[in-house]
Design a protein around this ligand. Structure first.
Ligand code: PNS
Length: 165
């Protein structure tokens, strides 16, 4: 029997990657034969880290997952996914509040490319309150973010926001 290679795309801003994202990546990497993390390039939001920096940060923290690749895209997510031969888009859901936006995006993406299915994964409950935005805010005001982002990301945040080495 010839079984199909399952390729999935996990898109996002990842500015920066959190332990919640990492938990979803590890789960998705178990479901797909090949997982491509797609960092959005044409983001209207101003980002703290450049796309190149985010690619580097992500690559550093997924080295233990051999079937995970880090890439970036601009334009429509579904077109990037199709070009990569992906049949699934992975999104993480934390709380009910995420659902409305995620449902809208999933249905729009389905309308654009019905053959690509969005799959929602729940990060572990310990990560359900973590967001890149809050992590940046807490560390900017001197709060403790250990355990919320990988150690390598924490030190890059300190350097960027407080000039520490
Ligand atoms: O981590 P984020 O910022 O919530 O990710 C949002 C992302 C990148 C998944 C979304 O903004 C996106 O897919 N942008 C690409 C443009 C696109 O395809 N827009 C239509 C989506 S319905």
């Amino acid at each position: 029997m010839i079984s199909k290679r399952v390729v999935a795309v996990y898109p996002g801003s990842f500015d920066p990657i959190t332990n919640g994202h990492l938990d979803v990546i590890a789960r998705a990497a178990r479901l797909a034969d090949h997982l491509i993390i797609g960092i959005l390039r044409n983001d209207e939001k101003t980002s703290l880290f450049s796309v190149a920096e985010r690619i580097e940060m992500l690559k550093e923290v997924v080295t233990h997952l051999p079937n995970v690749e880090v890439s970036s895209f601009d334009g429509l997510l579904v077109e990037f996914a199709a070009a990569q031969g992906a049949s699934f888009i992975i999104r993480g859901i934390r709380a009910v509040s995420d659902y409305e936006y995620e449902l809208q995006m999933a249905l729009m993406n389905r309308r654009l490319r019905p053959e690509i299915e969005t799959v929602f994964l729940m990060a572990g409950e310990a990560y359900s309150f973590i967001s890149s935005k809050l992590v940046k805010e807490v560390i900017a005001y001197g709060g403790n973010i250990s355990g919320l982002v990988p150690a390598s990301v924490e030190s890059k945040l300190r350097k960027r926001l407080h000039g520490e080495n």
